[in-house]
Design a protein around this ligand. Structure first.
Ligand SMILES: C[S@@+](CC[C@H](N)C(=O)[O-])C[C@H]1O[C@@H](n2cnc3c(N)ncnc32)[C@H](O)[C@@H]1O
Length: 345
């Protein structure tokens, strides 16, 4: 592990194509301080890590499941002179990562969810319908790709995935069109899929591209983004010290719902419910800092359109024990990736 050599050196500048969203709000809520240890679970281009490192004496563990993001952070690691450690991993594993680096508890954890501009901009990653490329969409490179899924899953599973994660009204029609198209030849590229979807979903000028929702759904499913979020939140609850801060930025209503329900269930003494009986009488493990989610103002949205759908929630860890329990109630009902790949209906 690289530890705090030259801890007074400020880390500034660096060119990042991804503009960090709600940067000031993240900084103000994270309250980085000299000697504090912070986990940036979604390092990306390192925008938020950089501002934490600008406070002298802070240390950051940057995690990203994308090997390119980790490689791209090398210059910042150098600049940070021992205060930044970058690890290629999933943030659901943050506890293991931090303990492996000798930290039993940390002062702050940030999850800035979704994909980065770099991922969207690289056609070969297959995230975007705007550029043609292989239909991949894997952030980490492991497991089945979007093409594997699209060519193997049953019509019923595809429809459920696209309806739930994409909130696509025409999900059944899109699934039917995909199954029809792949009967001829496999759907292998982003352009092929975008054309299939555009045959079913119409959009008017100024509206979202017809394939936006389908691409979002497949990306979230292939990367198990909601499962990662639920596990990441539970790991954060275990790893934050009393007074430590959790900050989560989401870009999708299902993500924000998970964060909200998780924090609400832990942010007060629950009277218990049919759905969360395990929380009865548990002392709150978080005090909620954002009663309503923070959003970007018009100025930020005009500079960075990605910020438009961002919602930030933050909470401070109390000294109560973590509230154990199954978090599956936070997740929508969808087939498991392995089952979907078997093409069962
Ligand atoms: C929105 S970008 C983060 C941008 C970053 N905060 C910045 O300022 O540059 C999301 C990043 O998180 C990574 N990511 C998404 N889900 C992840 C997960 N479960 N574990 C680790 N990294 C993840 C993606 O690969 C991507 O690089």
């Amino acid at each position: 592990m690289m530890a705090g050599r030259d801890s007074t050196r400020a880390v500034a500048g660096g060119s990042a194509r991804h503009i960090p969203v709600l940067a000031r709000q993240v900084f103000d809520l994270m309250l980085p301080r000299d000697g504090g240890v912070y986990i940036d679970g979604t390092f990306g281009a390192g925008g938020h890590s950089r501002s934490i490192l600008n406070v002298s004496g802070t240390r950051v563990i940057g995690i990203d499941r994308d090997r390119n993001a980790v490689a791209g952070g090398f210059a910042l690691v150098e600049q940070a002179a021992g205060r930044l450690t970058l690890i290629e991993d999933r943030f659901s594993n943050l506890e293991h990562v931090a303990r492996g680096l000798g930290h039993e508890a940390v002062d702050g954890i940030l999850l800035d969810l979704g994909v980065s501009s770099m991922q969207l901009d690289e056609p070969e990653r297959g995230f975007s319908f705007r550029n043609d490329g292989p239909l991949d969409m894997r952030m980490g490179g492991e497991g089945p790709s979007a093409a594997d899924l699209v060519n193997a899953a049953s019509e019923r599973d595809l429809s459920a995935i696209i309806a739930t994660l994409g909130e696509e009204r025409f999900a059944r029609g899109v699934a039917r069109a995909i199954v029809k198209a792949r009967a001829g030849q496999p759907v292998a590229t982003t352009r092929q899929l975008a054309e299939v979807v555009s045959g079913v979903v119409r959009s008017h000028p100024g509206e979202l591209h017809p394939a936006t929702r389908t691409f979002q759904a497949l990306r979230m499913f292939v990367n198990d983004e909601l499962g990662e979020l639920a596990e990441g939140l539970a790991a954060a609850e275990r790893m934050l010290k009393s007074g430590g801060r959790l900050v989560v930025i989401s870009f999708h209503s299902l993500e924000d719902r998970i964060v909200k329900i998780f924090l609400t269930g832990r942010g007060r003494v629950s009277a218990g419910s049919r759905h969360q009986p395990e929380l009865v009488h548990a002392p709150p493990s978080f005090s909620i800092l954002t009663r309503k989610p923070l959003t970007a103002d018009d100025d930020e949205v005009s500079r960075n359109p990605r910020a438009r759908s961002a919602k930030l929630r933050a909470a401070e860890r109390t000294d109560a024990a973590p509230i154990a329990g199954d978090l599956s109630h936070l997740l929508p009902h969808l087939p498991a990736l392995g089952d979907a790949m078997k093409g069962r209906s």
